[in-house]
Design a protein around this ligand. Sequence first.
Ligand code: ZN
Length: 330
Amino acid sequence: MCENTDDLILGVDLGGTKILTAVTNSQGKILSRDHSITPAKKGHEAVMQSILESAQRALEQADVAISELTAVGIGAPGLSNSETGILFTSPNLPGWQDIPLRDIMQEKLGKKTFLINDANAAALGEFCFGAARGARNFIYITLSTGIGGGIVIDGKIYTGAIGTAGEVGHMTIDDNGPICNCGNKGCWETLASGTALAREAKHRIKEGARTSILEYAKNDVEKVTAQVIYSAAEQGDSLSKELIARTGYYVGVGLANLINIFNPELIVIGGGLSNIGDMLLGPALKTAGERAYKEAFQAVRFASAGLGRNSGVLGAAAFALQEMRKLLCE
Ligand SMILES: [Zn+2]
């Protein structure tokens, strides 16, 4: 799945808030990067124009002409089909419905373009260049504002019937839990994400809990984020520690499900929330160990994502190169 050639690829990591674009080579070396804000509220035309402009800046910075690229890979949030290049829907991109993102961007860029789900891209990035090198059966999860996942079986991303597999964040953990962006109740990401952690903290503060969290949020309950809660926890705030441990517990419940279903050799954990480290992951692994089959739990190794914020953009590039090779060999 990972190539070692002298190709240059443009990778795009489209997020609900940020666009990261990079020119890379096939060994995962980044020649240039461009960050910009996703104008999500302005609709898909504006977002696609921003991707185009970001791509042009990245190319200019690397001093690479679009004609020198082998292909372009776009990692996008939400449900998509890599074969048709259509983004079905995305909770992070309001109003996007059945958008032929790949073909529109291919037209705008004038270069063969491929589309992949963002978490699958990150899994592929870790597989080719990061913490999952050499693994055949592994799961990548990103704990962030939501929870994304990529499932690799026998060295291949598992995409399912129409390309939407790997939505681990939307497995039901609590059948009567909080309403999720996807419309279901009690999805894993409504209980074990940064958004869930912040929501619980806000709720407890409004109930009058004793905590120093607000000191880290300019005394504004609406400014409470996972990062703020972690800062308070590091200074010994007991409510923050309790809430992080509770979030970790729910992370572990989901991990146990994944371990029992897939028997992976490796689970790579990335995303901003995972930077909390042991305070979150300690309870997560303890819970997973208590709930999963002992044999399956003993067989799994856990690793932190090795590429940080570059896993998505590198994976999108690796995917584009892999798909381009397939086309050339046909
Ligand atoms: Zn959901």
